[in-house]
Design a protein around this ligand. Structure first.
Ligand code: PTJ
Length: 247
């Protein structure tokens, strides 16, 4: 195993690659997850590998949505589990959210391996294995959910989504928070709150905002949500990517 020196200018990026690779070896991450990682890296490079201002505003609005929710759920796939298991568990704790495994390339082995991996990282309960609910209008494995999990949720966080399910969840009337480094992706385009940032950076940031807002009133939280402009956030991210502008 190669040691990555912290002084390396691409330390974070190399570490993420290593985690994804280890995820594949552990049976957590799909081979397609490697491709998704490469796509993400490209956009991240163009964003300057930093959280831009509009993404921070989106993260704060996401935290407010979580705190306003009756039943928030964090959806986890093979890339999220490999990259940020601790941050998923911490965010669930900070927002009182459920964690549910939901896979595009669903196999029972990967479902079980990811649930086990999350429990190793401190998750008390991991949903997704009951598989007794369906998202209407989707003809692939991501339609399979838990009846008392994503199916019953009012707010769903979907890091690294594919556009199909994003639209189907939207049609079910759920508030959808999407993390995707590509502001032009269909999932970012249909999200109520698109967060254009690397999930590795932004999951801890959402938790931080949630802790900061813990004592805020419903009215204050609603003001934050209403003040968030999704179109402006998507435009700002696209502008940075296209021009290298600082925003
Ligand atoms: O684990 P499974 O079976 O559910 O499979 C998951 C993958 C990722 C394989 C599946 O959802 C997929 O094929 O995704 P796509 O269509 O490649 O889309 C991935 C999107 O996520 C792209 O728009 C990437 O830019 C973005 N992305 C990749 N890595 C990150 C990211 N966004 C935020 N943070 C990242 N670290």
């Amino acid at each position: 195993e190669t040691e990555i020196p912290e002084s390396h200018p691409r330390h974070e990026s190399l570490l993420a690659r290593h985690r994804i690779e280890a995820g594949v070896e552990k049976g957590i991450t799909s081979l397609q997850g490697l491709i998704a990682q490469g796509r993400g890296e490209t956009y991240d490079y163009l964003l300057g590998e930093r959280t831009i201002e509009s993404a921070d505003a989106a993260a704060r609005a996401a935290a407010a949505e979580f705190l306003l929710a009756d039943h928030p759920v964090i959806s986890v796939n093979g890339n999220v589990a490999a990259l940020s298991p601790d941050a998923v568990v911490d965010l669930a704790q900070a927002t009182d959210a459920d964690i549910e495994v939901n896979l595009f390339n669903r196999t029972e082995e990967r479902m079980a391996a990811i649930a086990e991996h999350l429990r190793e990282h401190g998750a008390s309960e991991v949903k997704g294995l009951a598989a007794d609910g369906r998202i209407p209008g989707l003809d692939h494995a991501r339609a399979t959910v838990d009846a008392d999990g994503i199916h019953a949720a009012d707010v769903v966080l979907v890091p690294l989504e594919d556009g199909d399910r994003a639209a189907a969840l939207d049609a079910m009337g759920k508030t959808e928070i999407v993390i995707d480094l590509n502001p032009l992706s269909r999932s970012a385009q249909v999200a109520d709150i698109p967060i254009v940032d690397n999930l590795v950076r932004v999951l801890p940031l959402i938790a931080e905002h949630a802790r900061d807002l813990r004592d805020a009133s419903r009215e204050e939280l609603e003001t934050i949500v209403q003040g968030f402009d999704r179109e402006a956030a998507l435009d700002a991210a696209e502008r940075v990517i296209r021009s290298g502008a600082s925003e």
